[in-house]
Design a protein around this ligand. Sequence first.
Ligand code: FES
Length: 126
Amino acid sequence: MATHSKNVGHEALSETPLCHLNDIPDGEGKGFVLPGRNAELDIFLIRKGAQVFGYVNSCPHAWTPLDWSPDRFTNMEKTHILCGTHGAVFDIESGLCTAGPCNGDRLTPFPVVVVDGVVYPENDGS
Ligand code: FES
C-alpha cells in the first residue's frame, strides 16, 4: 500500500517530518510544497483517524491542484477527496477516482508514515 500509517525502522524515514498528526483535523487535509532536486513538489495529506494518506496535488483529469481553497481537499461530508476544478471524487485510502471526468484514474501516491504521532515522508531508498 502506498499511503499508510505504520511503524517502521528509522532508516525508512526521511529525517524531516511533514507535520504532527494533530495538525490535520480528522477527515480534512493539509497541503505542502516540498523542495526537490529540479522543481518543487506540491503534495497533500488527508487524515482519517490515526491514518494519514498522501498524494501529489495534481488531478489526473487536467493536472491542476485539487484544493478549492487552502487545505480544503475533501467534500463537505469529509468522506472523499474532491477536486475543486471540475468536481472529480476520489477514494481517500486508494486515490481512485470514483466519479467525475477522470473516473477510474488514480491520484499519484506520496507515501507517508506516522511514527509516535508525527507524519514523515517514507523514504523509498532512492
Ligand atoms: S482537473 Fe480535477 S476534475 Fe478536472
